[in-house]
Design a protein around this ligand. Structure first.
Ligand code: AMP
Length: 404
């Protein structure tokens, strides 16, 4: 199948070829015809599968064909990073057909608010927004959704996790009932089905390989004690084949500490966390994308939606909180069928959690030997941990793993 099979407008084809897209990915092959056909859709697909273009391409095609120019599409996404990334994809794909979008997200200063308000008055074909800020603008009476044709919820599961259920319902009340509703989610828990039941009309369903990491990611793990992690990371980063690296840590404090250590021992590193102002975050992302920074260290705010090409290594300094987060984190590498390596450090506490991630993916991740100079690591025996949990948790003096 090629993009020519969808009968897209020539200016759209030009846009997508200029983005380097040659063949549609599986989610695009399945979702594009459904959306072009004006059906509602619930699609289960992760980032890294080409899901954004899967809804943007048919929607932009509709916009090109529309006779009049109005605010046509609303895309809701959980974080400003994802909103900005979708906005950039509209700019790229829509470049030759003059379809434009406006990014609306919160947490910025009054000037940005004014700019967003003003841009709204000038109109846009597509609005990409986080729910909270959009509601504020709706309440100030600045948006007219009278002619809206498409509503997209991107990463719907993450929006619900972040407590946006009521906000989404409020926003829906401002939209015309006659519209196309498209919902993309990495997972399909019951609350997503409930939301879909409320907002979509007889939706078609597509399921793309739930909870499987993209092919092409080499996954490795090191079973370590906490006090071995830092030295191990430094050892791994000495390998200069890893030209562009993201390191995830679960805690902001760790991210800041690691930035200090790595700038001393390796260099070319920046931290990305929620204490930074939006312009600082954007600058760091620009530097990282432009390959002026080799290593980016961040919390999970980095794991969703960040779209940077050519990441050669993702390190989970701490095992992710749940399997879906693992898939999202390692999905930062090997994007759109390029190769990449994902390394996870598993301390004693995280062994059970990691074995559940392996169960979910249906594979066993290779456990790498720790460099000799760092000393021996603990054994990998998550089943022992499972038994201990069943027995009522880790009581004092009865820890399942003792440091040797
Ligand atoms: P997403 O799943 O939307 O986060 O997209 C992952 C990456 O794949 C982004 O960098 C897209 O620009 C890229 N991409 C999307 N569709 C294609 C395609 N058909 N061919 C090549 N790359 C694509």
């Amino acid at each position: 199948m090629t993009f020519n099979d969808f009968n897209f407008e020539p200016s759209l084809l030009e846009g997508l070829y200029s983005m380097g897209y040659k063949t549609p990915t599986p989610i695009q092959q399945q979702a594009i015809p459904v959306i072009l056909n004006n059906n509602d859709l619930i699609a289960c697909a992760q980032t890294g599968t080409g899901k954004t273009a899967a809804y943007l391409l048919p929607i932009i095609n509709h916009i090109i064909q529309a006779k009049t120019s109005h605010l046509n599409t609303l895309i809701l996404a959980p974080t400003r990073e994802l909103v900005l990334q979708i906005d950039q994809q509209v700019d790229g794909i829509g470049y030759f057909c003059s379809v434009g979008s406006l990014a609306i997200y919160g947490g910025s200063d009054g000037m940005v608010w004014e700019k967003q308000r003003h841009a709204l008055e000038n109109g846009a074909d597509i609005i990409c927004a986080t729910p909270g800020r959009l509601i504020a603008l709706l309440q100030s009476g600045n948006i007219n959704f009278e002619h809206l044709q498409h509503l997209v919820l991107d990463e719907a599961d993450r929006m619900l996790d972040m407590g946006f259920f009521d906000d989404i319902k409020t926003i829906i009340n401002y939209l015309p009932k006659q519209r196309q509703t498209i919902l993309f989610s990495a997972t399909m828990p019951p609350k997503i089905r409930q939301l879909a039941g409320l907002i979509a009309n007889n939706p078609q369903q597509i399921n793309i390989a739930i909870s499987k990491p993209a092919a092409g990611i080499v996954q490795q793990a090191y079973v370590v004690y906490d006090n071995q992690k830092e030295a191990l990371l430094v050892e791994i980063l000495k390998n200069e084949d890893y030209t562009s690296v993201i390191v995830f840590s679960s805690r902001k404090e760790n991210v800041k500490l690691l930035e200090k250590t790595l700038s001393r021992k390796i260099g070319s590193v920046k931290a990305f966390h929620s204490d930074l102002e939006q312009p600082e975050r954007e600058e760091i992302m620009r530097e990282f994308k432009g390959k002026r920074i080799r290593i980016l260290i961040g919390t999970d705010i980095l794991s969703r939606g960040i779209d940077v090409d050519g990441i050669s290594l993702v390190v989970n300094y701490d095992a992710p909180p749940d399997p879906e987060d693992y898939i999202h984190r390692i999905g930062r590498t090997a994007r759109a069928s390029k190769a990449g390596v994902a390394i996870t450090f598993i301390n004693q506490r995280d062994q059970l959690k990691f074995s559940q991630i392996e169960d979910l993916m249906g594979i066993e991740v290779t456990k790498m030997p720790i460099p000799i100079e760092l000393g021996a690591g603990p054994e990998y025996s998550p089943l022992t941990q499972k038994k201990e949990v069943r027995k009522g948790g880790f009581s004092k003096g009865k820890k399942p793993f003792k440091k040797k």
